[in-house]
Design a binder for this molecule. Structure first.
Ligand SMILES: C[S@@+](CC[C@H](N)C(=O)[O-])C[C@H]1O[C@@H](n2cnc3c(N)ncnc32)[C@H](O)[C@@H]1O
Length: 274
């Protein structure tokens, strides 16, 4: 196993997020379809994973750069783009808190769907997103909402209740799901509140097996859930955590078919006119 000094990077290189992302492809495509991307649009997908939104943007003819902190996901994204013959889509490693390799004003659209929210130093993240977006361009973020009753907010909430307390000064990624925090962060980056729009949207997790099987994917491949199980095990609470998550996945499933899972999850969509 690679030893890394960056816990943010280590969290996302743990497991294999591509396995979770497979349950999110349809919603990624639907979100991109709403963005009105035209051929030649310069798109940065920040915290892109293996390209759930980057690839659909490239299929629209955009020039897409995916940036992610996890090198396994960058590799997976490049492989997916290559397999589809999308020469207008490439992925590279980078940190949303300091996009050192990227020039000012170099993108028409910066998209970050459940990506940049997980980077440390949110004020730096807002500043970097604004810096690399050209004047007149747009930033679109998808952020999970704290205490929202739907799937991912609840997974993260339950997981954190089993984990040791975070280090001092840690700012929860979920704060990106609170409008006043978003406004404050972009204000400090020079964008006034009247150029920010908010809406509540839905991402649906679809999986061709029972909800317990989708939970198994999270348990085996999703860094935050893997860490929660490890912390629960260290405290003899594995079964308690497992029961809580099993009930959550079962109660959220809307599929009438016992061998299929369809779970809608609410998020805050943030659109910033730079
Ligand atoms: C929940 S996944 C979402 C991935 C992708 N946007 C999607 O919709 O499938 C979060 C992603 O953010 C990335 N990430 C976390 N911290 C980051 C940082 N500081 N800079 C860039 N990417 C980061 C992770 O590696 C991971 O790919």
């Amino acid at each position: 196993m690679t030893v890394t000094a960056n816990p943010n990077k280590a969290l996302w290189e743990k497991g294999d997020f591509t396995r979770v992302a497979e349950a999110m492809r349809a919603s990624g495509e639907a979100l991109v379809a709403r963005l009105g991307i035209t051929p030649g649009t310069r798109v940065l997908d920040l915290g892109c994973g293996d390209g759930t939104t980057a690839l659909p943007a490239a299929r629209c003819g955009a020039e897409v750069l995916g940036v992610d902190i996890a090198d396994n996901l960058v590799t997976a994204g490049n492989q997916r783009a290559e397999a589809e013959g999308l020469s207008n889509c490439r992925f590279q490693e980078g940190d949303a808190s300091h996009l050192d390799d990227l020039a000012d004003d170099s993108f028409d659209l910066v998209v970050s769907i459940f990506g940049a929210m997980f980077a440390p130093r949110p004020f730096d993240v807002a500043k970097e997103m604004v810096r690399v977006t050209r004047p007149g361009g747009q930033i679109v973020m998808g952020n999970w909402i704290p205490n929202d009753p739907t799937l991912v907010a609840q997974i993260l909430k339950i997981s954190s209740s089993y984990a040791p307390p975070p280090p001092e000064g840690f700012i929860s990624p979920m704060t990106w799901g609170v409008e006043k925090n978003v406004i404050e962060r972009f204000a400090q980056a020079g964008v006034p509140a009247d150029r920010i729009d908010f809406s509540r949207e839905t991402y649906t997790f679809t999986y061709p097996a029972a909800p317990t099987d989708l939970l198994a994917v999270f348990r085996t491949y999703y860094g935050p859930t893997m860490n929660a199980y490890a912390a629960a095990e260290a405290n003899g609470r594995t079964e308690e955590l497992h029961q809580e998550l099993t009930s959550l996945f079962a109660s959220q499933n809307t599929s009438p078919n016992a061998d299929a899972t369809s779970i809608p999850a609410t998020f805050l969509q943030v659109s910033v006119n730079v």
